[in-house]
Design a protein around this ligand. Structure first.
Ligand code: UT7
Length: 322
């Protein structure tokens, strides 16, 4: 599998840490030193579908294929307005594609899980071009009265088109189920057969310190596994693209891998944690800025609610955006 097109989109509204102090007992100092976040983008007058469509169109355009040439469409998403139809079905209608489509909830590791599904389809000749879209609005599942969670997230969408090729060198997924460390619950209707009383939504609940610990530990292990499988050392990796959850998590992983800061590009300072969209947005930015040279070695690693994790090593093929 190789990536032949990338795209991304973020909401127009940028919200600084300072702006949050108007209604939350927090400070720019706390947020920036504990997380590295300075601003985040938040959906206001746009919808998540708009970002998803923009990112998808940009990815198709750079891959130089039409919507009709997409054979399978995977959308990584935790939550959006529609429970059904899937977000992938909604985006397909807007972009004019008719491929089989499915949403996948791999939380913040959704991009790596999607790469794995796509690779299986390509390896079994069930598709030629696959679109992977990660579109997330985590700001809509936080309780904005809770400073512990609401300051951490931002909305965004990132997409890639993949086809057969020699890019993917190794991939590894894990799950060590622990639903209590990080979860978000939706209200369901009562039925005549079961009354749960007043079932209520539960906005994001997170044991921050525990998630931090699991993230650092799992990412380091996963990266070790995928680098060994791919036969590359950390010195040979040009960029480590880590899920953008917290700058301190990235720093802790970097210190264990013992590689220079320049190899760990970030966008968390501008966008906050955009869940599964964070790696594809980063990939799109780096690729469009011309920072990813032909045959550059990339190591990807993500972790999230579940607790699920995924990592991959890829050799990059440059994309022409003209
Ligand atoms: O995508 C995957 C999902 N999430 C993550 O990866 C998040 C992983 N965890 C983290 O990034 C960090 O644990 C946090 C950023 C969430 C929290 O940082 P921390 O250094 O672990 O802080 P803490 O939770 O131990 O809280 C320290 C203090 C507490 O006050 P006391 O009890 O010491 O008086 C909190 O109430 O900081 C307080 N606090 C805040 N203060 C100002 C928590 N949130 C805020 C806030 N502003 N926004």
């Amino acid at each position: 599998m190789k990536i032949i097109g990338t795209g991304s989109a973020v909401p127009s509204k940028s919200v600084s840490n300072e702006m949050l102090t108007g209604f939350l007992n927090t400070s720019d100092e706390w947020i920036s030193t504990r997380t590295g976040i300075r601003t985040r983008r938040i959906l206001t007058n746009e919808k998540l579908e708009d970002l998803a469509v923009d990112a998808t169109r940009a990815a198709l355009e750079s891959a130089k294929i039409s919507p009709d040439e997409v054979d399978f469409f995977i959308c990584s998403n935790v939550s959006n307005n529609y429970v059904t139809p899937s977000l992938s079905a909604i985006v397909q209608e807007a972009v004019g594609s008719h491929a089989p489509c499915i949403d996948l909830n791999g939380a913040c590791a959704g991009f790596i899980y999607s790469l794995d599904f796509a690779d299986a389809y390509l390896q079994t000749d069930r598709a030629k071009n696959i679109l992977i879209l990660c579109a997330e609005e985590p700001t809509r599942f936080c309780d904005w009265h809770q400073r512990e969670t609401s300051v951490l997230f931002g909305d965004g969408a990132g997409a890639v088109v993949v086809t057969k090729g020699d890019g993917l060198q190794s991939l590894h997924l894990t799950a060590s189920p622990d639903k209590d460390v990080i979860y978000y619950k939706r209200r369901l209707e009562n039925t005549p057969y079961e009354h749960r009383g007043v079932d209520v939504d539960e906005p994001l609940v997170m044991q921050g310190r525990e998630v931090f610990r699991m993230a650092v530990e799992s990412s380091q292990k996963d990266l070790d596994i995928v680098m060994t499988k791919a036969g590359v050392t950390s010195e040979q990796v040009d960029y480590f693209l880590l899920h953008q959850a917290n700058m301190r998590i990235i720093k802790a992983i970097r210190e264990q891998i013992k590689q220079p800061e320049e190899k760990f590009p970030t966008n968390i300072e501008r966008y906050g944690n955009t869940s599964s969209a964070s790696i594809p947005i980063l990939l799109d930015e780096l690729s469009r800025e011309g920072k990813l040279k032909q045959d550059a070695i990339l190591a990807l690693s993500a972790f999230g609610a579940g607790f699920v994790t995924g990592a991959a090593v890829m050799k990059w093929n440059t994309i022409n955006y003209d």
